[in-house]
Ligand binder design. Structure first.
Ligand SMILES: [Zn+2]
Length: 372
């Protein structure tokens, strides 16, 4: 087991340079950093066991462990409009037969896949051709996933798996999460979707070209200096149709869950537009503003809030924030027994529609809420 080092006055966080709160693994090499401040470049966001705030997992260069005092300076991230234009080109890629088969098995139809526009992370030759075409016609600076290499050539990096577009309130593609190939292969090996806690690889990572520190003993260097990390932002699924892309529709009913793919799946199973947080608590304020006038708001976090106090705490915070702008009328928590499925997507997939009940958020907070 690696040792975990906490940031102190003497040892600053290698990601944000902070003197407290963050921590990192130290088993001879510096690799995993749990930064509490900087989401840019993180591969994953989550709520650590002993905290209620969101942490960002960064995987950084290998080599000797030493406390870094430098802050990684990054190129500014491109505006959402510019990202949407470039990412629109990625949506023209296709889903591999293997990924299609995987998604069909998990209940997706062709029509649904056409609408969400999932694509497979392209193979090297496709990627190189795509990026050289793009670089000729478009400015790629500040677009997560792209960077200029040491030969002055634009590159596109990510990871094998399915690219899941993360959309904003107006259907712009703001970024991508990648459902990793490792997790998909594991599903076929074990039939289980949940990657257990001891597994080193994540199920979802952000498409990112964030700079990384590669530490070679005394002479460390920064790889991908011109790259940029992802913006960790909630995903809005089904709020406007692709054909009237930027035509904002008044939100009548809305579901809030955790997960990008999960939000898309729930949206299709229920017909209700769904917001997916890429980690509990991420973007609570954006969401609270967006749903303030909705007739009904349903929070549907995974059923494990019953045994995970940190998820419960995060849920309490979300509900409190929602109720402050929306009011308690029409604010609900979807409740079901875990034996019917962990996530609402599983429950609906398994046909247990009638097992889902709706508690008034006010009552849920009275019973389970910690912060008021
Ligand atoms: Zn930090």
């Amino acid at each position: 087991m690696p040792r975990w080092i906490r940031a102190t006055n003497n040892k600053h966080c290698p990601v944000c340079n902070g003197k407290s709160w963050c921590s990192w693994s130290d088993n001879g090499s510096l690799r995993y950093v749990t930064c509490m401040r900087n989401s840019l470049g993180a591969v994953k966001s989550f709520v650590p066991n002993n905290m209620s705030a969101t942490a960002y997992l960064h995987i950084i260069g290998d080599g000797e462990s030493k406390p870094y005092t430098q802050v990684l300076k990054q190129t500014n991230i491109a505006s959402i409009e510019r990202r949407h234009r470039v990412y629109g080109e990625l949506l023209k890629l296709s889903l591999s037969a293997f990924h299609k088969a995987y998604l069909f098995e998990r209940g997706w139809s062709i029509k649904e896949l056409d609408e969400v526009q999932y694509v497979s992370f392209p193979e090297t030759h496709v990627r190189n051709e795509l990026v050289s075409n793009l670089a000729e016609s478009t400015k790629l600076e500040g677009i997560p996933g792209f960077f200029i290499d040491t030969t002055n050539t634009w590159r596109f990096v990510g990871g094998d798996g399915i690219l899941l577009p993360v959309r904003d309130e107006q259907n712009h593609v703001t970024g991508f999460q990648i459902n990793t190939q490792d997790a998909i292969l594991r599903y076929y090996r074990s039939g289980k979707l949940d990657v257990d806690k001891t597994t080193a690889y994540p199920k979802y990572i952000w498409l990112s070209s964030a700079p990384v520190i590669v530490d070679k003993g005394v002479s460390g260097y920064i790889k991908r200096k011109t790259g940029v990390g992802a913006e960790v932002r909630p995903h809005f699924s089904g709020f406007s149709k692709p054909e009237d892309e930027f035509d904002f529709v008044h939100v009548k009913e809305v579901i809030i869950t955790e997960g990008i793919l999960k939000a898309d799946r729930i949206r299709f199973s229920t017909g209700i537009p769904t917001i997916g947080q890429p980690g509990v608590g991420v973007g609570n304020n954006i969401i609270a503003k967006f749903v303030a006038d909705a007739n009904a708001v349903i929070v549907a976090y995974d059923a494990d809030w019953r045994k995970n106090d940190h998820v419960k705490l995060a849920m309490g915070r979300l509900l409190t924030e929602l109720s402050s702008l929306h009011g308690n009328d029409g604010l609900f928590v979807a409740v079901w027994d875990e034996e019917f499925g962990k996530g609402l997507d599983d429950v609906l997939q398994n046909g247990f529609y009638e097992q889902v009940t709706f508690a008034m958020a006010k009552d849920w907070l009275n019973e389970h809420g910690v912060c008021k």
